[in-house]
Design a protein around this ligand. Structure first.
Ligand code: SAH
Ligand code: SF4
Length: 350
């Protein structure tokens, strides 16, 4: 019999589980406080649980915590972890220290089906979606391994979160449940390559998180080339969805991500076109200088090019931040730790 993972349940589902076990709803409060607020998987430590519930939990449920199979730490404190899921599949999560706050980058899929040409995660295609319980387990591992409270969550790890909408939405609700992990919805950000219908679903569902959109180009010609999803949802359609999202959600700031690829999308004309595309759009622009990996075929632009691009945006009164990938010396491109660990294992067994 397959056991239910407690870390994939919302408060209401925990109440229902207590009901099934013949226990009172108040015990769901004890469970949620211990598991999600104190990150303590030891149910024996919850003295208040009645025996009937304890027995039911032992027979029917588990608390899932992945093993950490590889890790790297950078001088700036950034830590990258490879986590092993119950079926043996591995995903990356990254702990980023900034201004004394810990941000965790969460993976939503094993691999990704979108196929962006500058992204290492894309090279192996999609293996499978992660469940909400597995994404919660990433946060548990982040808390446990850092020994600190994670302050912000960004769904910017491996995978396209909106290709796994139901499980990601469930995860976001568990993470922001005030009775549970209680992340402020302002501190949870979901990044998408631009799956337009799912952005409208986020609006309809008032999903409690911020939206980040990976724009990465200013013409359909270039975006088609580097992000195949653009052939289905071109820039104009995507930007309309962004405007509709902002209109529906009030003044919440959307994040526009822009990976800078030397000679591809980093010209002064691109900067001007980006300003035009963002005219009247209440957003923050994150410029991400490309993180090189072997055989990508792309190059990181020179710092002077990044600075010039940034200045064009700033002069047009855009809020713009250059986001250097933290811990560049530790294979910071997403998917790199996983790829390198797999290569080392092959080398060892060869
Ligand atoms: N699939 C989602 C979220 C994961 S990727 C998305 O595409 O938005 C998170 C961010 O990393 C995206 O903005 C993506 O464009 C960027 N990215 C991917 N590979 C990169 C690389 N090699 N260097 C810099 N940024 C990269
Ligand atoms: Fe997938 Fe995002 Fe990588 Fe594109 S950039 S392949 S959507 S993970």
């Amino acid at each position: 019999m397959r056991k239910t993972a407690l870390n994939g349940l919302t408060y209401d589902q925990l109440v229902e589980l207590c009901h099934q076990a013949g226990a009172k709803p108040v015990h769901a409060e004890h469970l949620i406080a211990s598991i999600f607020r104190r990150y303590n998987p030891d149910l024996d430590a919850i003295k208040e649980l009645p025996n009937v519930l304890r027995q039911y939990l032992a027979e029917h449920t588990c608390i899932f915590e992945p093993d950490c199979t590889a890790s790297q730490q950078a001088a700036d404190g950034t830590q990258k972890l490879l986590l092993k899921m119950p079926d043996g599949k591995e995903v990356e999560t990254v702990l980023i220290q900034a201004a004394n706050r810990l941000t965790q980058c969460i993976s939503s899929q094993v691999g990704c089906a979108v196929g962006c040409t500058f992204c290492l995660t894309a090279t192996a295609g999609l293996t499978r979606n992660l469940t909400a319980a597995e994404m919660v387990a990433e946060v548990f591992a982040g808390q446990r391994i850092s020994g600190r409270k994670v302050r912000n969550l960004v769904l910017m790890g491996m995978g396209e979160p909106l290709h796994n909408y139901d499980e990601v939405a469930h995860f976001v609700r568990i993470a922001t449940d005030p009775k549970g992990m209680a992340f402020s919805p302002n501190r949870v950000t979901l990044s998408t390559s631009g799956l337009v219908p799912a952005i409208y679903r986020m609006i309809e569902d008032t999903l409690p998180c911020n939206l980040a959109v990976s724009l990465n180009a200013t013409t359909d010609e270039v975006r088609n080339r580097i992000m195949p999803i653009n052939r289905k949802y071109p820039i104009e359609v995507l930007m309309q969805a962004v405007r509709d999202y902002i209109a529906a959600r009030g003044n919440k700031r959307v994040l526009i991500e822009y990976v800078m690829l030397a000679g591809v999308n980093d010209s002064p004309d691109d900067a001007v076109r980006l300003c035009e595309l963002l005219e009247g759009v209440d957003c923050t622009v994150n410029l991400l200088p490309f993180n090189p990996f072997n055989e990508s075929g792309f190059k990181r632009p020179d710092d002077t090019v990044v600075t010039a691009f940034r200045s064009v945006l700033a002069d047009a009164d855009k809020v713009v931040v250059v986001r250097e990938s933290k811990g560049r010396e530790i294979s910071a491109a997403c998917g790199q730790l996983k790829t390198e660990t797999a290569a080392k294992r092959r080398h060892r067994t060869a």
